[in-house]
Design a protein around this ligand. Sequence first.
Ligand SMILES: Cc1ncc(COP(=O)(O)O)c(C=O)c1O
Length: 427
Amino acid sequence: MADLLKRHGDVIAPVIAFDTDINAASASGLWVTDVTGRRWADFASGTAVTNLGHNHPAVVAAAHAQLDRFIHSGCIFRYDTLVEAAEKLRAVTPPAIEKVAFANSGSEAVEAVVKLAKHSTGRQGVVVFRGGFHGRTMGSATYTTSNARYRDGYHPLLGSVFIAPFPHAYRWGMDVDEAVDICLRELALVFKHVVSPKNIACLLIEPVQGEGGYYPAPARFLDELRTLADEHGILLIYDEVQTGFGRTAEWFAADHFEAKPDLIAVGKGIANGFPLSAYGGPADIVDSWPVGAHGTTFGGNPVATAAATAVMDAMGGLLPHARGLSTHAFTRFGELAERHQTIGDVRGLGLMIGVELVESQTTRAPDAKAFRHIQAYVFERDLIIIDCGPDGNVLRFIPPLVTTLEELDWAIDQIEEGLDSWKQTKG
Ligand SMILES: Cc1ncc(COP(=O)(O)O)c(C=O)c1O
């Protein structure tokens, strides 16, 4: 182990952060096993990717079968796994999404879908919402405002990207409606003072902010954005890279809301671990993008798209189970919040649950130390959890959808013990 860590340090750029030092030998379902045989339950789901659990047998089988046929096309020849994955994707995405294209990562899908919005509207402006995370490449880093550290050292970023507030009601110490009113007023002021809406190609939003702290967008906020978009000929884009593929116990977060997007970007769970992402929209918009205005070498890789089809075949049947797990988890975290001053807020959708840890429920001061204590405590007891939020104090609870109720309870029991231990440590 020490040897691998040293070799890792010698050759891997330290900028790429790893959450644990586990030296993995195998991973299956919830569990990752290290080279000594010790195992942990991955409640980080490979950072919200392995929604079906690691190495889901149907996904492995589909990938194996395709490996034996061919691995790569590079857009030289056409192939069935690409078309099948696109057909499946169209069937499960919101109704407006009729045509799609594939890419390799969430960042790339976001960049591509914004390019599509600009090209099809002939406008150059982009409105994003503070606290959003959209990736790390230059365009997507410009759209990302979940934490200034993702932008530090890279200025100037892209021009004509306008940042509007997102209703972080808990952090602002107010109720949701008040926070929504403030955000709508501020957006109206952006349109009045900074940029006329006729310059705006798209509003880009995560329907549940992920990296930014697991804040679901209030339904009224999305309704108003939908109305504004329609009024001004702006395209509404949902970045469902993290919220997609069952994470919210529906196919997409959009399924929870009446306000539907014009365009969508997806990634992470789409192929349960194979590098794949996608984006799309209505046929008339996608068809208006001329041949060669965008392209890819690896996007829609045959093996990754075969895996994606298997994911989409397996996912639908798991959603009712995920809804049951979600209800149970919210109940249990709600009970814990009654007994622990450290829990300030429990929020999210489905199995995308954020538990915000604070110094006290009165001050709401973010408590990253509490998170780190609990994380280390449960790690010793075989459970992996990660954080989110700009203050590092939101426990990101994202079990795979294949988790059983017993396993869910076991994980929450570990967190409860971690909270007790933190209480004792604080004195
Ligand atoms: C909402 C959202 N968009 C985009 C991205 C970027 O995806 P990737 O890391 O695959 O480039 C992420 C990654 O966490 C994400 O959560």
